[in-house]
Design a protein around this ligand. Structure first.
Ligand code: ADP
Ligand code: MG
Length: 695
């Protein structure tokens, strides 16, 4: 028999026949290496086993962990028709009954003579009974209790393969496999992250003496996973910037200075900092690829306008694309206001214009008569051409596909315009690194002063009449209100019906003296736009809306937002919604009307207006899987790392990866060879990425 290698098919291992190999393949385990890297997803900590006699003395409801031999089993019916599997466990100190209501089928796995570990509360059920929440078959009739520590790994398994079988398989082969593993990460990286070497990490992950030891091992695996991903992202970024040199703008202090002089306000420090980063990119020889993140109202548009003017004063054109007509109009209006003192007027290119108007704008863009344009998807239509496009700004960038974003930049394929992406969806720094590792990120983490404060309050159902009275008084003072109803899934008819009903009720019975509108996701886009426009013009005082109210929609006169069933929204989503008020100078009120459930998270939300902080809370609450950001980036599949837990590791990996790629773009150093091999193993076409390109 040839010697065992990590690349050997798993079938090569003793105890793995054809059938077992097929089952393992379901879990993605094909080689010995795969088996070794199939790590537990949790552990059962039985280091604190209670002698059975003592467990019997525990109070009802108290949690105990016991290990004992099964001396009898039975399945008994209960009055409510539930069948209970029961067994009696015995150790040197005594005996105790265990019961599993509703699990008669356990009869087949837990048989007489089985050595069993069980954890759970003591209940009263014809005397004391342990009702295991967790249990593990430690061995069969003539097996001894494991001598080693009792932190038991629980592996992901598949039908036909039990956790116990998987555990046994790893137990059996770990000793032979571990010596084959070599550490592949440079020692400097491991030191920076404080990691144990790989063979040791795998050893403790599979066979920890203590839970903390297992976590040490997992961190080693997580770091490698994050590091390889960051290296790939850093390399992609390096190539993108290199492969097409950008335009090197110069600060001419012409239009940009004029804008600064005529600005009706001072830029915030955050705006100045972000602008500096952006100008730095624009004036460098490499192409800008930057994301400007900032809460609604943080002043992204102004920052973008400076960048646009810098392009224009260098003889280029600049275009800003927004996902909807109403947002495009809003931006055009903002720019128009700010540019008026400079005697400049931006073009507005949207689908709603007449064919003649559109053609005229296209002519002006093509000839270079117009230097600034704001628009929707209409901008990326084939007929649209620019004389010399130098900067592309994309608002609410996640609403566009990668291809659409690229299409606008393609309007000057020869020179490669700079690209500035705007987003009002704050993403925690950790996650931004993971999913936008290839972008530079600037954060506007400060709101302009003098903005009306938003107060957030939580109100009970019984206060509803008061809430409505409050809305009435605000409207009497000339203000407007949003009422948000959760329609999580716009295809969900029931939810939609509830929102529609709510609008009717408000219109007919609560506020018959005002005009009440409704927007939801099933309305056609132009109908939705029409309602929003009427609201903005104060032709409607109350707008009932599902979550579709545009991010970034600016109705400064709206000072109240009532959110029904806020417990059904994620915190980040609640924050997005709340950002639609507090846009004028008046103080605004966000009123949460929760149904049932814990209010703790809503309290935390009510306590802060900081979008980045809320994003962190949201991340901790939901994990990374559901975050918009994660979805946007497509599948970033991580097996060992967890964004919520490994933020620091990720930040470190991000920094190390950028440094490494800057110093050695193709990872050609000898010490990095194992790293490149691993990248090739994990990423499709990963090796291609690191091949040296000529020139
Ligand atoms: P965002 O696009 O980030 O939601 P905007 O750029 O639309 O925010 O800015 C919101 C409002 O705040 C606009 O009316 C803008 O003119 C104003 N604004 C921007 N920056 C400042 C500032 N530094 N001080 C005062 N007002 C500002
Ligand atoms: Mg905006």
């Amino acid at each position: 028999m040839p010697p065992l290698r990590l690349e050997s098919p798993v079938q090569y291992l003793k105890g793995v026949g054809q059938r077992r190999a097929e089952l393992l393949a379901h879990l993605g385990i094909r080689t010995a290496r795969d088996l070794l890297f199939h790590i537990p997803f949790r552990y059962l900590d039985a280091t604190t086993v209670t002698p059975i006699a003592r467990a019997r003395g525990a109070a009802t409801g108290e949690d105990v962990t016991v290990v004992g031999r099964v001396i009898s089993t039975a399945v008994i019916p209960t009055r409510r028709g539930l069948r209970v599997f029961q067994c009696v466990l015995k150790d040197e100190s005594g005996m105790i009954e265990c019961g599993w209501p509703g699990r008669p089928f356990l009869e087949r796995t837990i048989t007489k003579g089985t050595l069993l570990l069980a954890t759970g509360p003591i209940r009263h059920f014809h005397g004391k009974q342990l009702q295991p929440r967790e249990w593990i078959v430690l061995g069969g009739e003539d097996e001894e209790a494991p001598a080693r520590g009792l932190v038991l790994p629980v592996y992901p398994v598949t039908e036909g393969l039990t956790v116990r079988q998987m555990r046994a398989l790893l137990e059996q082969h770990l000793g032979a496999l571990l010596p084959l593993v070599e550490e592949g990460l440079p020692a400097a990286w491991r030191q920076a992250a404080g990691l144990v070497p790989l063979p040791e990490a795998l050893g403790v992950v599979h066979r920890p003496a203590r839970i903390e030891e297992a976590e040490q091992g997992r961190r080693r695996l997580a770091f490698e996973e994050l590091m390889l991903l960051q290296l790939v992202l850093a390399r992609a970024r390096w190539l993108a910037k290199r492969s097409r040199a950008g335009i090197r703008f110069e600060v001419k202090k012409d239009l940009t200075t004029k804008l600064r002089e005529h600005l009706p306000f001072e830029l915030t420090n955050a705006q100045k900092r972000c602008l500096k980063e952006i100008v730095g990119d624009q004036t460098s020889a490499v192409r800008m690829h930057r994301l400007l993140q900032g809460d609604v109202g943080s002043g992204k548009t102004v920052v973008a306008l400076f960048a646009m003017l810098l392009a224009v004063e260098n003889g280029y054109q600049a275009a800003m694309m927004a996902p909807t007509e109403i947002l495009a109009e809003q931006h055009a209006a903002t720019l128009q206001r700010l540019l008026a003192p400079l005697g400049m007027v931006p073009e507005l290119l949207i689908g709603r214009l007449s064919a003649g108007e559109k053609a005229a704008i296209r002519d002006r863009l093509a000839s270079g008569a117009s230097l600034l344009v704001v628009g929707t998807h209409a901008l990326i239509q084939e007929e649209v051409g620019f004389r010399r496009l130098g900067l592309v700004v994309i608002d609410e960038q996640h609403r566009f596909g990668v291809a659409q974003r690229a299409l606008l930049a393609q309007k000057n394929a020869e020179e490669g315009p700079d690209v500035l992406l705007l987003s009002a969806t704050p993403i925690p720094r950790t996650l931004a690194l993971a999913v936008y590792g290839d972008l530079d990120v600037s954060r506007l983490d400060e709101l302009p002063p003098g903005r009306g404060r938003i107060r957030t309050a939580i109100r009970e159902e019984r206060s509803r009449p008061k809430v409505y009275d409050f809305i009435r008084s605000e409207i009497a003072a000339g203000r407007q209100a949003y009422v948000v109803y959760p329609v999580i899934d716009e295809t969900e008819k029931l939810d939609l019906k509830a929102a529609t009903k709510m609008a009717e009720l408000l219109a007919k019975e609560v506020f018959p003296e005002f005009r009440v509108g409704l927007v939801h996701g099933r309305l056609a886009a132009d109908e939705r736009d029409r309602v929003m426009r009427r609201f903005r013009a104060n032709e409607m005082q109350v707008l009932v809306a599902t979550t579709v109210i545009e991010v970034g929609i600016d109705v400064p006169n709206a000072t109240v937002m009532v959110i029904e069933h806020p417990e059904r929204f994620g915190l980040a989503q609640l924050h997005q919604l709340r950002g639609r008020i507090g846009r004028g100078v008046a103080e605004s009120q966000c009123i949460l009307m929760p149904g049932a459930g814990s209010r703790e998270r809503l309290d935390r939300f009510a306590d802060t207006l900081d979008g980045f902080k809320i994003a962190e809370l949201d991340l901790a609450e939901r994990g990374h899987g559901e975050l918009v950001g994660a979805k946007q980036a497509g599948p970033v599949e991580l097996r060992y790392a967890d964004f919520a837990r490994d933020g620091e590791l990720l930040a470190l990996a991000h920094r190390l990866a950028r440094e490494t790629i800057t110093a050695d773009p193709t990872l050609s150093a000898k010490g990095l060879r194992p790293v490149v091999v691993e990248i090739g193993r994990r990423f499709e076409r990963g090796l291609e990425l690191f091949r040296a390109i000529p020139g």
